[in-house]
Design a protein around this ligand. Sequence first.
Ligand code: MG
Length: 380
Amino acid sequence: MLAAYAVQVEHSRGRRFPEPQHPYRNDFQRDRDRVIHARAFRRLEDKTQVFTRRYSDHFRNRLTHTIEVAQISRTVAGALGLNVDLAEALALVHDLGHPPFGHAGEKALDSVMRAHGLFFDHNLHALRIVEDFEQRYAAFRGLNLTFEVREGIIKHSRDYDAAKHPELAEYLLDQRPPLEAQLIDLTDEIGYNTADLDDGYEAHLLTLDQVRAGVPVFEYFFRQAEQTYPDAAEKLKFNEALKGIFNRLAGDLITNTQARLQQAGTATLADIRLHKERLAAFSAEVEADRKQIKNFLYENLYYSPSLAGEKDDAERIVTELFTYWMTTPSALPHYYQEKAGQDSLPRVVCDYIAGMTDHFIIEQYEKYCGGKGFKHRGHR
Ligand code: MG
């Protein structure tokens, strides 16, 4: 039974190109499956989340991160009586527009675009992927996803100004997205905040003492683990503490969102859409925990000197390749040369680079720009 404020698949605004109903999958289930079968989805396997592969082959990459976010989203959506199929589709698609090399790659791509008066935004790029670049079906370009999935791609993590983005007018920019989309930004954070503590500790970039001192909510659960399992290995107590944080964040997201729905008197999906602010949220207390973890990760992991060398490499590779294709467009693959006839060259080069995996872009760099792609081999 779905809550009255859930998105009902029967009330979907539908696809750009109408298609016959599938005998045993509804439209959101089909969208979820279309995302999983997309080329861009498979490429997530070789896109950096935080750590490049040279650190370890069992750290998160963008694909495993995405699967973790889908798992959390299904749980939270189910507990809230929301449409689990839609939440799952949105979680699986949420990072589809990310370029290679994680945040460093995104920053570099945005900055080379800004020199041409343009910009790079991974949500807008994800929309271009599902609307245009994925070509799997004879009847239409793109994946022909339902309105609600496309809307969620755009609106799950931020609001776009309707005046600045006339091309997004159809996505009801003056309205809040449904809860299924609102929760993705938060389940994303639950996923990477706990995962990055885990991988950071495993990579020996964070020490146990450092995390205990810098993240009070971790300290709280670590002490509990010490009391319950005094003889367990440090690594297992570390995991128990992470599990505690994980459940606290996810549980609070559920109960606090329920409380906010009640306070706001929201009964229907229309109420959610017209409410002045997003209703999926952590409580003030857990929001403070979330910020502490995030700030800790920024100060001690994301900006750690040990990762700086690889980030410099990533920025250099993206910047030099972009410049190379801008000055030598004849070296672009034929498909992108044709695209350059319809779209501006910087946008076409940006699209090409954004779609690449870490491995492929390094190969391209070494082929066209000469020299070694990665000069810094990271820590260890
Ligand atoms: Mg994410």
